[in-house]
Ligand binder design. Structure first.
Ligand code: F6R
Length: 240
């Protein structure tokens, strides 16, 4: 794992954009994408670059990590909406190129199988990740098997508390389940880019860098991947 230490979130986003530009320079790039606060600065830079330099996303394919169960995709807080508002509309990527699991499918097991089958058709060139305070990646909460593929998860109290900021601060409105790529899926990516910002992520980053590999802290599995770049700001590095 290569750790790039930066001062703050602005620098983190600039460094992340450099890594993204490399991935975009290949012929038909396949990106794995995350939602949440961590990649928003990177996505802003991708949109600015699309507008100023004309970078085209016509040949780019994307797969997202996860989606809430029970929210219609058009709901304000769905990850489908998040991705369209924060990236897809801005970079004018064709809708047929983007893939997200559907959290409103009537048969969730079938939806997991469908999404997994679509993932198995490709290899992700660059997987963008954030990390949960409890070490989750995607919505793979502590205790998830390292062999897991796309599956339904019960969100932990901690994760729902952390994410209630996107639901007007109301915990009751945060879904209790999500559909997520598994850890084995994430580990199949050629390259992984983990973005870590803020004091509240310091303990999780310490585990990733210095802890033992354990399903109790899912992100520690990244120690076993041969091509991981971690970009972390000063606050996140405060325990290293
Ligand atoms: C998002 C995802 C999550 C987040 C993590 C960190 O698609 O899969 O693992 O990356 O919860 O979230 P933020 O970046 O909001 O701190």
């Amino acid at each position: 794992m290569k750790l790039i230490r930066v001062r703050d979130y602005g620098e983190l986003s600039s460094e992340a954009f450099r890594v993204m530009q490399q991935a975009l320079s290949s012929e038909r790039p396949v990106l794995g994408l995350a939602t949440g606060s961590s990649p928003i600065g990177l996505y802003k830079k991708m949109i600015a670059d699309h507008n100023s330099a004309g970078t085209s996303y016509d040949q780019v394919l994307t797969w997202n990590l996860d989606e809430y169960v029970g929210l219609p995709k058009q709901a304000d807080q769905s990850y489908w909406t998040f991705m369209h508002e924060n990236l897809f509309l801005g970079i004018e990527i064709p809708e047929k190129n983007v893939h997200l699991p559907s959290g409103e499918a009537a048969d969730l097991a079938a939806e997991c199988a469908r999404y997994e089958a679509s993932l198995q058709q490709v290899q992700i060139d660059l997987q963008v990740l954030g990390i949960g305070v409890n070490g989750h990646i995607g919505f793979n909460e502590p205790g998830t098997s390292f062999d897991s593929q796309t599956h339904i998860v019960q969100l932990t109290e901690q994760t729902r508390q952390d994410n209630k900021r996107f639901f007007g601060g109301e915990l009751d409105r945060v879904p209790t389940q999500a559909i997520t790529m598994g850890i084995a899926d994430i580990m199949r990516a050629r390259k992984i880019l983990l973005l870590v910002s803020g004091e509240n992520k310091a303990a999780a980053l310490q585990q990733v860098m210095q802890g033992e590999v354990s399903e109790q802290c899912p992100a520690t599995i990244l120690q076993r991947h041969e091509n991981v770049i971690i970009i972390a700001d000063e606050a996140a590095c405060s325990r290293l």
